[in-house]
Design a protein around this ligand. Structure first.
Ligand code: GLA
Length: 647
């Protein structure tokens, strides 16, 4: 028997409706509006400067196309603000644009994402454009992400305002949150006890220059190194694998290197090219700036060299130990540059580093002062190059800095001139000095860096250890690939893995483990110089795993010297690929988004067809043969780096 519910009295219906109405009213009354300026700004990540509530990134009132906004958030591309809403939000509204403080410069893309789905995108907005209104419903959204990208032309001048930005909540409060940090998983397999020869397979030297090349070999010690067809003038120490001497004549010499231990033998060809060009593969080493900045001492530099050997990094091809700014004192009566008391004996220091089979670099500026205000090389270029040669340096980073005061608005020739002067001076030194241009990409340096004799050139401003900074600089290299090649490389700045801190007090990098895999994979694909920026006495297992994967490093050191190009982009997913000498391709499947996603590389984008073997380079595992395409899950801010080889 079914029982029907009979409503006996109309009064009950009325009372019920009234209750519902009051409940709705109560809820409406509870809806509350929160400005972005009320959120915790320490959770904003951005590519430059600091975020400001109710002010631009430069600390001025917010202005978009002449209109003043009292409230909002001033940030800088690439930036991310993650906000937890608990599914209780109604709507997000704002007026967005490039702040008037940069005039007509800058170009950005604002994006609103809810639980991984793009809810709104501004398209590219330029400086001077009117503010664009955004109004997005947020029903049920748990995680809101407000991001600003760089409009595909680098992050310079990208001062981005979320003006008058508000979140309407039905209940509760929006909360800015830090990203979830995944566990640090070591992917690089343990090294085999059998011998393996690693690192560069081609090496450039000039005739008459001191030759120094350490054969990088892994495997159980002791290992004995030998070489067949070593040209006259060179000697090899079988215990250390250090090759020294000099070559009198220009020419190409193919040497067969051999590493032998109790477990077996490995052989590999090394092509020595004696000519005019050094850095035939991207330089690999360490630089003092991202860890110690101006607190660097000689003891730090010696310790870095010691650690390069003791940690085994030298066995993977890591070579240079570079002193950045803050070693300089004034000049003596003859105009010769002096090192400060933290570096009492430069010659003894270079001898020490060389004795370990490593090379050593230092830093100056074409201006009168370096960026940190120390003695620069202006009008002393010849003397300085001579001094660097006498001291025994192998690498010079030459940083624009105060030269901007000498030539405030340089034209093309004006940009090239100081580098031409120093290159000519360095060429007179009786040793090979790798020349690293640093002027942050001005005047499209990639188009003429090689012409002024640069072996590498910074294409960007300074890196910091955040996702916004690293990913903005690295992925911003799209299109620069045609300017790189053996002897001349694009440089999106040094590595920020391990313990960094720009002072004597170092701390672990703020990049997440997946972001660090992205960093190293991308820098290898880009043929960027690989300069470790961390305290080498604090190398942990995870950092070592990043820096000792020989299959990954082979992508960087491949003799063809082809820089990867971005071959496909689908929202936050990007595919970057480079040709390798053996006919295969190195491919990075990157996920710049906030959630795990499936990325696909199509053979048609790669310019190959039919069955291809795919190998995961970080895990050093074959994944099988695939026709037409390969797809895989890629974690947030992570990468899967593969090698695609024809059958
Ligand atoms: C500039 C460079 C940095 C570093 C400092 C030193 O900022 O871009 O890499 O060399 O100068 O002062």
């Amino acid at each position: 028997m079914t029982r029907k519910l009979h409503i006996q009295y109309p009064g009950v219906i009325f009372a019920f409706a009234l209750a519902l109405y009051s409940f709705a009213l109560l809820n409406l009354a509870k809806a509350e509006t929160f400005g972005l300026d009320a959120l915790q700004l320490q959770h904003v990540e951005q590519g430059w400067g600091d975020p400001h509530a109710n002010q631009s990134v430069d600390g001025h009132p917010l202005f978009l196309d002449g209109k003043r906004f009292e409230h909002g958030l001033g940030t800088h591309a690439n930036s991310i603000l993650r906000i937890a809403l608990g599914g209780k939000a109604e709507r997000f509204t704002a007026a967005v644009g490039v702040d008037d403080e940069v005039g007509k410069q800058g170009s950005v893309v604002f994006k609103v994402t809810g639980d991984g789905k793009t809810l709104w995108e501004s398209g590219v907005l330029h400086g001077g454009d009117p503010a664009k209104a955004v109004s997005v419903a947020l029903d049920g959204v748990q995680k809101l992400v407000l991001s600003v990208g760089d409009g595909e032309d680098g992050i310079n001048f990208d001062h981005a305002d979320w003006a008058d930005a508000k979140i309407v909540m039905k209940a509760g409060k929006p909360e800015a949150v830090a990203p979830v940090r995944e566990a640090a998983v070591v992917l690089t397999p343990k090294q085999s006890p059998k011998p393996r020869i690693n690192g560069a397979r081609v090496f450039g030297v000039r005739p008459g220059s001191p030759f120094l090349f350490t054969v990088p070999a892994t495997g159980e010690r002791p290992i004995t190194i030998s070489a067949k067809n070593l040209p006259a003038g060179l000697q090899l120490d079988p215990q250390s694998g250090i090759i020294t001497g000099s070559l009198a004549e220009k020419g190409t010499y193919v040497v067969t290197l051999r590493a032998q231990n109790a477990k077996g033998t490995a052989e590999r060809a090394l092509k020595i090219v004696c000519g005019d060009t050094v850095a035939l593969t991207p330089p690999m080493g360490w630089n003092s700036w991202n860890c110690f900045a101006c607190d660097v001492t000689e003891a730090n530099v010696r310790a870095a060299a010691d650690a390069m050997v003791a940690s085994g990094l030298i066995n993977h091809g890591w070579t240079y130990i570079n002193i950045d700014d803050c070693w300089e004192a004034g000049r003596d009566a003859d105009g010769m540059v002096l090192s400060n008391q933290k570096f009492p004996d430069m010659k003894a220091l270079t001898d020490y580093v060389h004795s370990k089979g490593l090379k050593i670099g230092l830093y100056s500026s074409p201006g009168p002062k370096t960026c940190a205000g120390h003695e620069g090389s202006y009008k002393h270029e010849e003397l300085d190059a001579r001094r660097y040669g006498e001291w025994g340096f192998d690498y010079l980073k030459y940083d624009w800095c105060s030269y901007g005061g000498i030539v405030p608005n340089p034209d093309h020739d004006g940009l090239m001139k100081p580098y031409q002067i120093m290159r000519a001076a360095l060429d007179k030194a009786p040793r090979d000095i790798l020349f690293s241009l640093c002027q942050y990409g001005m005047g499209n340096v990639w188009e003429w860096g090689a012409q002024v004799g640069g072996n590498c050139w910074r294409t960007t401003g300074d890196i910091s250890d955040t996702w916004s900074s690293m990913s903005g600089l690295g992925f911003g290299q799209a299109g620069h690939e045609k300017f790189a090649g053996p002897g001349h490389w694009n440089d999106p700045d040094m590595l920020v893995v391990g313990y960094v801190g720009w002072s004597a007090k170092v701390r672990p990098t703020r990049l997440t483990p997946n972001e660090q895999y992205t960093h190293i994979s991308l820098w290898c694909l880009l043929c960027s110089p690989l300069l470790i920026g961390c305290d080498m006495t604090k190398l942990d297992d995870f950092t070592l795993n990043l820096l000792t994967n020989d299959e990954v490093l082979d992508v960087s050191q491949d003799p063809l010297g082809h820089q990867a190009a971005r071959i496909a982009k689908d929202g936050s997913l990007e595919i970057w690929a480079k040709d390798l000498e053996d006919g295969s391709k190195a491919v990075g499947l990157f996920n710049r988004g906030e959630d795990t996603a499936k990325a696909t590389v199509k053979w048609s984008d790669l310019g190959v067809s039919g069955q291809q073997s795919v190998r995961d380079l970080w895990r050093q595992q074959n994944l099988g043969k695939f026709a037409d395409q390969f797809h895989t899950e890629v974690p947030r801010h992570g990468v899967v780096l593969v090698k695609v080889t024809p059958p």
